[in-house]
Design a protein around this ligand. Structure first.
Ligand code: TLP
Length: 355
């Protein structure tokens, strides 16, 4: 295996930058469960301001951000209208059922974008079915390829939810990527929603944390659920300090990750046996389709490239702040070698079988 591993499993694998480490070591702290950590308060105000919301709540993870929002918005036994393959259902371990007592109602979401008409049809207050408690979007949409939900669609779905009197939440784990791809301030991406969960530990490169934003009243209710879930952290300012650097410095460089993802996608799509839907490469993710996803990921790992097999035929590559110039080109060269090795191994196996 080559000495330098190129880790493209996720944008969560980044290490804190020197500026983050510096800010962490000098962070002013207090007991945040008593509301006495000035650095946490600064981070919450900063993110709320960037998102155009009244208030923010620092939480340990994107999962906790989403699940607190659901618990605040939804009465037990209600449905949450979600785009198909949404993280809140696929990768949050059934938490919506365990914590909020909610069940999902899926709507089709080609390229991660539901149609407002489908959301309208999914909302119900019929006495025969579970009532709709929440409409949720994911922007960018992870399983659709890190795709961006157009602002007009997010607004139109918000209008549908408002007319029905249903709250509207955004899983904005990568909303900063959406804003960068659209070339608009974060506040525009967040504007239609009653609450947004924003991750600091994805493209922005912070080691830990998300900020859940919304109205002051929403924050009050969310604060209680954070404590209930064991998310009350004490001198959390050491973590929030890294989050402040992430927001102030790292958000600006996301376009670099997006450009690298495009180069990676183009290169992968030219390899034999690998196909990439280039139109879905809009931010920092590339989903490659191959005959055998886990086997391709294993062959890549042998060449020192880490990527996640997310299905029998699908392998996900994510670009991020810890990549160096030339890493994408090197990852492509290694991918080519991985495929050659796989072909050679298959030929050897066939020869043994025929003998
Ligand atoms: N996603 C992770 C894995 O769980 C798949 C990743 O590597 O992409 N919403 C979205 C859209 C996410 O992609 C993630 C993390 C979360 C929420 C949860 O964030 P954390 O991991 O902080 O709980």
């Amino acid at each position: 295996m080559p000495e330098r591993v190129i880790d493209l499993r996720s944008d969560t694998v980044t290490r804190p930058t020197p500026a983050m480490r510096h800010a962490m070591s000098f962070a002013e702290v207090g007991d945040d469960v008593y509301g006495e950590d000035p650095t946490v308060a600064r981070l919450e105000a900063l993110v709320a301001e960037r998102a155009g919301c009244e208030a923010g709540l620092f939480v340990p993870s994107g999962t906790m951000g989403n699940q607190i929002a659901l618990a605040v918005h939804v009465r037990r036994g209600s449905e949450v209208v979600v785009p198909e393959a949404a993280h809140v259902y696929e990768y949050e371990l059934g938490a919506m059922a365990v914590i909020a007592g909610a069940v999902p109602r899926f709507v089709a979401a080609p390229a991660g974008v539901p149609r407002p008409e489908d959301v309208r049809c999914a909302i119900t207050d019929s006495v025969h079915v579970a009532p709709t408690g929440l409409v949720l979007l994911e922007n960018t949409h992870n399983r659709a390829g890190g795709t961006v939900v157009p602002l007009a669609v997010a607004l139109a779905i918000g209008q549908v939810a408002r007319e029905a009197g249903v709250p509207y939440h955004l899983d904005g784990a990568r909303a900063w990527n959406a804003a960068a791809a659209l070339g608009v301030p974060l506040a525009e991406v967040c504007a239609p929603f009653d609450s947004v969960s924003l991750c600091l530990s994805k493209g922005l490169g912070a080691p830990v944390g998300s900020v859940l934003v919304g109205s002051r009243e929403f924050r009050g209710a969310a604060h209680r659920y954070r404590k209930l879930l064991g998310g009350g952290m004490r001198q959390a300012g050491v973590l929030a300090a890294a989050g402040i650097v992430a927001v102030e410095i790292m958000a600006e460089r996301l376009v670099e990750d997006h450009a690298r993802a495009r180069v990676l996608a183009q290169g992968l799509s030219q390899l034999p046996g690998v196909s990439v839907e280039l139109a879905s490469v809009q931010t920092n993710m590339v989903y490659a389709t191959v005959a055998d996803g886990p086997a391709f990921a294993a062959a890549l790992a042998e060449q020192g490239v880490l990527a996640n097999a997310l299905g029998p035929r699908s392998v996900r590559f994510v670009t991020h702040a810890d990549l160096h110039d030339g890493d994408v080109e090197e990852a492509l060269a290694r991918s080519q070698r991985a495929l050659e090795h796989a072909v050679a191994a298959r030929a050897r196996d066939d020869a043994v079988t025929l003998r």
